[in-house]
Design a protein around this ligand. Structure first.
Ligand SMILES: [Zn+2]
Length: 510
């Protein structure tokens, strides 16, 4: 097995966990060896491997020290698992007090040949309370030559009394790049050819576990006769390929419901892993969300440019589907409905947009009689703004959004999250405010490149060069009726309520 064959033989060979390696090496270097260590962290990240390396370093004929010779009898015996001075126990199957009592008897005897007697107890959190108590007695008065290494995936279950007598080293999930490095190194030694996509997929699937990565690699190598290609591992593990993910994203954008039925039927017929598919799809949308939130340049023409809010709604829906998938008896149909739901989520309008439209309508209603009387369409919905004869600031705003929406769809969608408050012909400035929760959009449209695009469109609309959009974050003074003036108070309350709902992620329908 690769995971045994390529088990690290020295601290330098350990995959990831640089902080653990550093601590152990320093301990050995200074010879400040304690009696109790807790190695905590997820499964398959190298806890028992590190424990054995530490044991070797303590008993190596050339030690104790961070250099492990791997040639002396102590090293060879520990590697082979037959050293009398390194006792490995599994906490799950030796969890009773009798087991720990036997251990306590054993602890009293001096090491057979090495300097230390090292007890490695795996899954130590499985011990019973009585067994922990017995272990505690040993840890309270440990013989000079004894070192305990308690490995666990669940350190919270270890009693505080034990914790306080041990030094805890936390092992982390390995990063995808650590795992990719490990996979490549093993492939090189095993003369396995593998494409870059497969390396990435195996590393991602292993989810931080070196053991899982190597087990999967070994299966893939056997299946493909040492020539691992992406389509083969997709078939072997029942993973849905990237093309299908692209198809689904495209179908959400195009609102193509029949395509969703087609894709889900194919996934079911081919017996692909639906859970894996939903997670991969969610990850793809997350990448798109990050790109959207980061975007300072306009999207590539033709590429789906979802509104960031709808991406978040879709991601959370997919993760919930992934949880519910296990309990359904009709997985194919369930999947189709989940995919079609994505289209609905994409179409949903944010509450802020609804409020904006209501306000626009209100202002149009109010300005109608004024326009009939004196031909002045002053914007009455923004009492904070000085009247600006001849220009309806809301209409101007709608025109600006519209002007940008054909060529800069995502920029336009950011823009319309704001609310126009003032248009000053003297300063050639249109001022708009963004709610605090719209600071991302405000930043986006204020970015140099985007601001230039907006200012150009605004200048075209106003028929003269040099116009500028001033997009600000809303302060309490900007909210219409913030001081509480009768009926004008209502829009700001609606908006405040709407933003509250949004901030709590309450589902909303168009
Ligand atoms: Zn040695």
């Amino acid at each position: 097995m690769f995971s045994l064959k390529y088990r690290p033989m020295t601290f330098e060979e350990m995959t990831g966990q640089p902080h653990v390696r550093q601590t152990l090496v320093n301990t050995l270097f200074r010879r400040h060896v304690g009696h109790g260590y807790i190695f905590s962290g997820p499964r398959g990240v190298g806890k028992t491997t590190a424990a054995r390396l530490f044991a070797k370093a303590l008993n190596c004929a050339e030690g104790p020290g961070p250099k492990i010779c791997n040639r002396c009898p102590a090293c060879v015996e520990i590697s082979g698992g037959n050293s009398l001075d390194v006792i490995e126990m599994d906490g799950a199957s030796n969890r009773k007090i009798e087991d720990v009592r036997a251990l306590r008897e054993n602890v009293r005897f001096a090491p057979t040949s090495g300097r230390y007697k090292i007890y490695i107890i795996d899954e130590v959190h499985m011990l019973t309370q009585e067994a922990f108590n017995a272990l505690l007695k040993t840890l309270e008065e440990p013989p000079e030559h004894v070192v305990f290494i308690l490995a666990t995936t669940d350190p919270q279950k270890i009693p505080e009394t034990i914790h306080s007598r041990c030094q805890e080293l936390e092992f982390h999930r390995l990063s995808p790049s650590d795992l990719e490095g490990l996979i490549r190194a093993v492939c090189q030694k095993e003369k396995i050819s593998i494409d870059v996509e497969s390396v990435g997929k195996l590393a991602e699937w292993a989810d931080g576990s070196a053991r899982d990565a190597l087990v999967a690699l070994e299966q893939a190598a056997a299946y493909s006769e040492s020539d691992v290609r992406e389509d083969q591992i997709d078939r072997l593990f029942g993973w849905v390929d990237q093309k299908t993910i692209d198809t689904v994203v495209g179908a959400v954008w195009a609102e193509d419901r029949p395509k969703m039925f087609e894709v889900s039927r194919r996934i079911e017929d081919e017996g692909r892993d639906m859970t894996h598919f939903l997670v991969q799809l969610a990850k793809r949308l997350k990448q798109m969300w990050l790109a959207e939130a980061d975007r300072t340049a306009p999207a590539a023409p033709g590429a789906p440019a979802f509104d960031p809010d709808s991406l978040l709604r879709m991601i959370s829906s997919l993760l919930e589907s992934e949880r519910n998938l296990r309990s359904t008896r009709q997985p194919g149909l369930f999947l189709a409905i989940q995919l079609i739901d994505l289209i609905e989520l994409k179409r949903q309008m944010p509450v802020s947009e609804v409020v904006r439209r209501v306000e626009q309508l209100e202002s149009r209603l109010r300005s109608a009689p004024a326009a009939g009387g004196g031909g002045v369409a002053a914007d009455d919905s923004s009492p904070a703004a000085p009247p600006n004869p001849g220009v309806n600031v809301n209409q101007l705003w709608s025109k600006l959004v519209e002007a940008l929406s054909s060529s800069q769809a995502s920029l336009a969608s950011h823009l319309k999250e704001g609310r126009p408050v003032e248009c000053s012909a003297a300063k050639k400035t249109l001022t708009a405010v963004y709610g605090r929760q719209r600071s991302i959009q405000q930043k986006q449209i204020s970015a140099d490149k985007n601001a230039a695009l907006i200012d150009a469109a605004l200048s075209r609309l106003m028929g003269s060069a040099g116009w500028h959009l001033d997009a600000r974050i809303e302060t309490s003074g900007d909210a219409p009726g913030a001081a509480g003036r009768g009926v004008k108070d209502i829009p700001s309350r609606v908006r405040a309520g709407a933003e509250l709902l949004e901030s709590r992620g309450v589902a909303r329908r168009e």
